[in-house]
Design a protein around this ligand. Sequence first.
Ligand SMILES: Cc1cc2nc3c(=O)[nH]c(=O)nc-3n(C[C@H](O)[C@H](O)[C@H](O)COP(=O)(O)OP(=O)(O)OC[C@H]3O[C@@H](n4cnc5c(N)ncnc54)[C@H](O)[C@@H]3O)c2cc1C
Length: 511
Amino acid sequence: MKPQVLIVGAGPTGLVLAIALIEHRVPFRIIDKNKGPGEASRAMGVHARTLEFYRQLGFANEVVNQGIPLGQVYIHEGTKVKAQMSWVNIGEGLSPYPYMLSFPQDDHERLLVQQLEARGVSIDWNTELASFSDEGDHVRAVLKQGDIVQEEQYLYLCGCDGVRSSVRKGLDLGFPGGTYEQLFYVADVECESQVEGMHMSIYDKGFCSFMPLRTRGLQRLIGIVPMELLDNNTTIGFEEIRPYVEKYVGLRVKTVNWFSTYHVHHRVSDSFRKGRVFIAGDAGHVHSPAGGQGMNTGIGDAVNLSWKLAAVLHGKADESVLDTYEAERIAFARVLVSTTDTAFQNVIGDTLPGKIIRGIIIPYVLPFMFGFSSARKTVFKTVSQTRIQYRDSELSSGKAGNIHGGDRLPWVQTAGSDNFEPLKSLNWQLHVYGQAKQLLRDFAKTSGFSLHEFPWTSTMKDSGLKQDSLYLIRPDGYVGLADTDQDVEKITAYLHKFKLSPLYNKQPHGE
Ligand SMILES: Cc1cc2nc3c(=O)[nH]c(=O)nc-3n(C[C@H](O)[C@H](O)[C@H](O)COP(=O)(O)OP(=O)(O)OC[C@H]3O[C@@H](n4cnc5c(N)ncnc54)[C@H](O)[C@@H]3O)c2cc1C
């Protein structure tokens, strides 16, 4: 079948978009100018929301089995540990993946490539997007493979081509924001002794942290190059950093496997879409790696875009549904970039708030707060991206209990399973926690929407759900419409707005 979508870039964003489009039965081509998957370990943190998407796509267990869940976080003052916070099952009861998983990006990308290949699709490596133009009813793309130049046509083009995105530049989109003056370093190292957990030290000359990488014994170091080293105009290698690492986090390094320095930007593109061309991932937003949100946000973009493209290409939604991709994802990217920027400036800055955060809040207040389950839950929800919501989206409507249209469906366990199991269908579905009315059952039968009734439990109330209410769930696991009355007319009006219908009659996973 002729490819309808061109994905430019086979980093995490492009790879997840590709896997999701396969699951949604959309023919596409994926190209990358590199000769193979990335070889730097870059992003380490894989968050719960990403794993929840991977479960929908059918390979969460493979990722979980290869990663290391974060255990203890230690705050250092020099070689001494000043405070300790446990991240073990920090999101218990909130997600089937109640932790942060450490899984290096190069291993992660290789796993995604394997998932693609297992589905019968290969990436066209050594293939570069040279130029493109939106012709109104299609996109014309000029691709270069060595000396060979090809001109092709697609219905849509998705630029998942990283921070220097040629797609973003081709669309003439601004990328406002800035670049931090601080120089970051990253190193993958072997240590003299076995170290467990994540260790960090925030001191007045910067910060330094390390966490386990791949197998125990290997560590990932991230930090800021001390200004005094930069002032001396020294070439920065690990040997210049070593004394600080030993002094501030007490790490004795035996072998350095990889060392690199880099400047960090904080920018969001003016737009994520122009006509038939989209951008996603680092092409649209970049920010400080502290908090480990970048890659996970790109994967969230890919999942959001995939089902909307599929719905339009399968004739199951009006083309205007594609407008909601930018509206939903750019809003989150802007909040993320500004909050990580503010947090970063405050923690590092030589200001009074910075001194209070470093001297009091991080070593004393934060560990004290971690003793309370409500504080742990708030931290988990924020870091894990399970808190992301699209309440202001045109696709969101209604409220039942504490759950609004646009919220992520809260995770609840049911007898022998959970309410996320049906999300594997990657299709619209009706959920009722309690009992469905006969009118709703009839609607489900005639309209083709699958109806899932979950016997009411008190945990459901704790999650914000309301007994006997209806939740119309989108293919990406967010609530589209919430309604306490199970009103079929409201559902019909909601669906009519974007001419929505079930993506498939038979479910992709054979439900
Ligand atoms: C040191 C470091 C540490 C980080 N740590 C974290 C972390 O802990 N957690 C986290 O979430 N994020 C982290 N990040 C960020 C994370 O690495 C990025 O957010 C992620 O790689 C973005 O994925 P992407 O697919 O959008 O872009 P990329 O990974 O940049 O992939 C873009 C791809 O597009 C290809 N390409 C570009 N132009 C073209 C073209 N014209 N034609 C064809 N192909 C093209 C490139 O070859 C590349 O393979 C870190 C980044 C760095 C540098």
